[in-house]
Design a binder for this molecule. Structure first.
Ligand SMILES: [Cu+2]
Length: 326
């Protein structure tokens, strides 16, 4: 042990820590299934950050454990420890390394955000330059009625450099309200409580909010955007995997925020066409009013909880006794 120089031990430890960190960074299962074109980019970034975090954890915790053993108090040793005043090169070293890491991660994250469509290219038909050419009435409509904004919004995830000259395949207006998401398909006139999209289609969501700030989050797509009263925002994505994925409101928006959930159903193109056909026929009743009529804010606590009681495995009698017990 005495013969092996410290630098060699450090080298071996560095190789081990790197190998373990890279392996865990690539093989963890912390993230849900990827279902959009953007998802692999976000996950690539997450995996790099997670790899660095694992390496830091191993180095810091490993050093603590090694030092606990190596420099432990020996039997009969009652002398003071070595007085350490500081070490300038060491301090420069451990300031410089995190600085470089953070700057690199910052550049990488902006690049990912840009490739996702977060920094919509200038001069794009939906971009800011277009707004200046709009007629006064259209401008007024945008300002007065965010829910029915005619101009495409530009805050959020929009066109990328590849899609900037191309109109989206499908546009859906999404309105957040306490405590539901309403999906409006302006082309077909369909209103729905879940989002239905065909796989592989370039989808544009125009987000608005009726009352307070909500946040439209689809974990499987790795995209999230606030829906803000009075300010139009957007999300543009391509779903890559048919299936049903959760839509979560990610902004605390009131008492029943936790129940503000919906689903996005990614169909095969054929399934999507039949969903479209079915709903265009069935859409005589105004769903918006139907949903407003069962707005949870207007329900009593037990009325609101009734559908959830079944999921909890509690029967009505138990619930009743629990309520009375208080
Ligand atoms: Cu909400």
């Amino acid at each position: 042990m005495e013969q092996i120089p410290v630098s060699l031990w450090t080298l071996v430890a560095g190789i081990l820590v790197s190998a373990i960190s890279i392996w865990i960074g690539q093989h963890h299962s912390l993230l849900p299934v990827q279902a959009s074109l953007q998802a692999p980019m976000v996950d690539g970034f997450f995996n790099v950050m997670f790899t660095i975090a694992i390496a830091l954890f191993l180095v810091v915790e490993g050093t603590i454990v090694i030092f606990l053993f190596k420099y432990r108090r020996r039997r009969g040793d009652n002398t003071d420890g070595v007085p350490v005043e500081g070490n300038v090169p060491l301090e420069i070293f451990w300031t410089a390394i995190p600085t470089v890491i953070v700057v690199c991660l910052g550049i990488y994250s902006v690049d990912v955000f840009n490739r996702m469509g977060g920094l919509e290219p200038a001069g794009h038909p939906h971009g800011g330059t277009h707004v200046a050419h709009m007629s006064g009435s259209a401008m007024a409509a945008t300002l007065d009625e965010p829910g029915t904004a005619k101009a495409a919004p530009k805050i959020g995830i929009g066109a990328t450099s590849k899609t900037q000259d191309k109109a989206p395949d499908l546009v859906v207006d999404v309105q957040g309200m306490q405590y539901a998401w309403i999906f409006n398909y302006p082309e077909s006139g369909i209103t729905a409580g879940e989002l239905h999209v065909p796989v592989g289609a370039d989808v544009q969501l125009n987000l608005s909010a009726q009352d307070v700030i909500h946040s439209f989050w689809v974990p499987n797509f790795r995209i999230k955007q606030d829906a803000i009263p009075g300010i139009a925002t957007q999300l543009r994505f391509v779903a890559t995997k048919p299936g049903t994925y959760p839509v979560v409101c990610a902004e605390l928006c009131g008492g029943y925020h936790g129940s503000m959930r919906s689903e996005v159903v990614v169909h095969t193109p054929e399934e999507y066409q039949s969903w479209l056909a079915e709903n265009q026929i069935a859409q005589k009743q105004d769903l918006r009013q139907a949903i407003a009529a069962i707005n949870p804010a207007d329900l009593s606590t037990s009325e609101f909880l009734a559908p959830h009681v079944k999921d909890l495995g509690v029967n009505a009698a138990t619930l009743e006794s629990m309520v009375k017990g208080h």
